[in-house]
Design a protein around this ligand. Structure first.
Ligand code: GTP
Ligand code: MG
Length: 585
């Protein structure tokens, strides 16, 4: 027995995700959404007959019979704020439809969903929607390919141009793609189907490509023993008039009956309860649509969206796994479910950063994305950022300041503490959060290198001016000119033979005490442990002494040095290498 594949519609806000599903369902969900945007995950089941009716003869081109019993469509919000729900949609899906407004092309949440799908390794098809808005577009009948052929030369070129822009963008994100009829290998190329939710053009082709992909490539993962214990994910927890707390759940495997014992993942320990009642939305109706007709059912089987009424579900978090268990299996199921949860909720003493997110699904997505970037995580938890997280992060500071970091994804900083040793970064768009973290690391590295550079001996060349000996010794005070780079107090000085003589103890420029003087400046410098006329003389040239280890580090930080500093370092190295040919190598 093959279950219904779960098809998630994902993409940037207002691209037409809900509208395409409305066309398939012949419903008007889009018009009834608050603020005209989707703010929840929805799901509706599409029977195979509906798919066959919409596709008509087109299915013949698949050259195979369909064994899937239909689709379970999942709608997800495109608005930037709902990253967590897109994550959950992406996680649940067997396959996704990334909906893009063909005129607008790639947008921030298009990139976000593609990255999510990449992280979950979920295959996807692109619906290049709103083709009817392409200038000059004339709606037609028949297949989308024949409709495109009927357009003017100019409009056809525009369609092609827009599709190739998408091909280019997908390539930037690591995907090969083509218009669906030009795809040679569906395992290697993403199919792009031009569609219009307004006229319905291209939607038969979209359903045909989806059905073909599910049939050919997902068969093994869709196979399920229809009466195995149910496995699912909580979509939403809410209060429903007359029913009290209910959970909307997607069952992706097995079957569930009323009175069955269910185990739901919890923070700390699993929640064990019993199915009191179940309600199934009618085929082609949305689980979240208030107008949907729900039918009380005693049994459901995957894949299906179902509303469950059960006691003691107040603490359930959206995104948690849910499983049916029997008396015999309950301990095992509890253990397995908690292991699933703990795989995401990491708490170790090992290296890495701390991450927090609002739901399990978003935490998992963040973990996956960080893993892809080889960023280590030592603690991952659901919830806002608390005092304890700050002190945990602080403890990594000494060992690795780049890891005393907390990333909050859809999680607010509720610690009320500011700690200079802990960097807290929060964002509600996952890839922006990671970008911000990477940017911070980059800047922090630069800051640290700049600080380190401050503490390294730097090259400098000075000349003792004739006629400006203010004091012979104890210490000698002489007038000098900075010939190259910057002279700083404290720097040790040597002659051209490489022997260290003295240091620039204090300096006066125009009668003011200064700690540094740039090239070209003439100033008075006090030089201890030397006597003018003995170790040093007027017109002498002195160089700064660079310890070998400082020299090596300066070589590593070369990109932060000025060209004149690099040249002078070479000159100093030559002096040092007269005595030790491998100095600083
Ligand atoms: N002309 C035209 N308008 C469309 C098409 N698809 C959707 N629209 C319109 O675009 C607007 C947004 O459509 P929705 O279906 O709500 O978009 P969505 O992607 O579900 O939006 P969110 O769920 O909020 O991210 C609505 O006004 C639709 O009527 C299309 O193919 N052609
Ligand atoms: Mg929508």
């Amino acid at each position: 027995m093959i279950r219904k594949p779960i098809v998630a519609f994902m993409g940037h806000v207002d691209t037409g995700k809900t509208s395409i599903q409305d066309f398939i369902r012949q419903s008007t969900m889009t018009e009834r959404e608050a603020g005209m945007i989707t703010q929840h995950i929805g799901c509706s089941s599409v029977p195979i007959d509906t798919i066959k009716r919409i596709c008509g003869d087109m299915l013949k081109s698949l050259k195979m019979g369909l064994t899937i019993p239909g689709f379970l469509m999942i709608d997800s919000p495109g608005h930037a704020a709902f990253t967590n729900l897109r994550k959950r949609g992406g996680n649940l899906a067997d396959i996704a439809v990334v909906v893009i407004d063909i005129k607008e092309g790639f947008k921030p949440q298009t990139i976000e969903v593609i990255e999510i799908l990449k992280a979950y390794k979920t295959p996807f098809v692109v619906a290049a929607n709103k083709t009817d808005l392409i200038p000059g577009w004339k709606p037609g009948k028949g297949s989308i390919l024949s409709i495109i052929k009927e357009q003017s030369e100019q409009t056809q070129q525009l369609v092609d141009k827009k599709i190739y822009e998408l091909v280019g963008k997908l390539h930037e994100h690591g995907f090969q793609s083509e218009r669906f009829d030009r795809v040679e290998d569906y395992t290697k190329q993403v199919a792009i189907v031009p569609t219009s939710a307004k006229t319905g053009e291209g939607i038969p082709a979209l359903l045909m490509v989806l059905s073909g992909l599910c049939e050919r490539f997902l068969e093994s993962c869709l196979e399920c023993d229809i009466c195995s214990p149910a496995k699912g994910t909580v979509l939403e927890v809410k209060e429903e008039k007359g029913l009290g707390k209910i959970i909307d759940v997607i069952i992706y495997d097995g079957c569930l009956k009323t009175n069955d014992t269910i185990v739901i993942g919890g923070i700390g320990e699993p929640i064990v309860t019993r199915v009191k009642a179940m309600f199934e939305p009618a085929p082609l109706s949305e689980i979240r649509d208030k107008k949907s007709k729900f039918k009380s059912v005693r049994e459901v089987s995957a894949a299906i969206g179902v509303r469950i009424c059960a006691p003691e579900i107040d603490n359930v978090i959206a995104g948690m796994p849910i499983r049916m268990a029997s008396k015999e299996t309950i301990d095992k199921v509890k253990q397995e479910i908690q292991k699933d949860v703990e795989e995401v909720l990491v708490e170790t003493d090992k290296d890495g950063i701390i991450i927090k997110a609002d739901t399990l699904g978003s935490l998992e997505a963040l973990m996956n994305m960080l893993k892809d970037k080889s960023i280590k995580v030592r603690k991952a938890m659901v919830g806002d950022i608390l005092k304890k997280d700050i002190s945990d992060a602080e403890s990594s500071h000494e060992k690795n300041p780049f890891e005393s970091v907390i990333l909050g994804f859809n999680a607010a900083d509720a610690s009320g503490i500011r700690n200079d040793k802990v960097k807290v970064i929060t964002h509600d768009v996952i890839y922006k959060l990671i970008e911000d973290y990477e940017k911070w690391i980059e800047e922090e590295k630069k800051r640290q290198e700049a600080k380190e550079l401050e503490n390294l001996a730097r090259p400098c060349k000075i000349k003792l001016l004739r006629g400006y000996v203010f004091r012979q010794n104890n210490p000698a005070v002489v007038g000098v000119e900075v010939m190259n780079c910057t002279l700083k107090t404290g720097i040790n000085l040597m002659k051209k033979d490489g022997h260290r003589l003295t240091s620039a103890k204090s300096m006066q420029l125009d009668k003011e005490n200064v700690s540094s003087a740039e090239k070209g400046k003439q100033l008075a410098v006090s030089l201890p442990n030397v006597t003018v006329g003995r170790q040093i003389h007027e017109d002498d040239i002195l160089y700064s002494v660079i310890p070998e280890k400082d020299f090596r580090r300066l070589k590593e930080l070369k990109r932060l040095l000025k060209p004149e500093e690099i040249d002078l370092l070479k000159e100093i190295a030559e002096i040092m290498r007269k005595e030790n040919p491998v100095w600083g190598v």
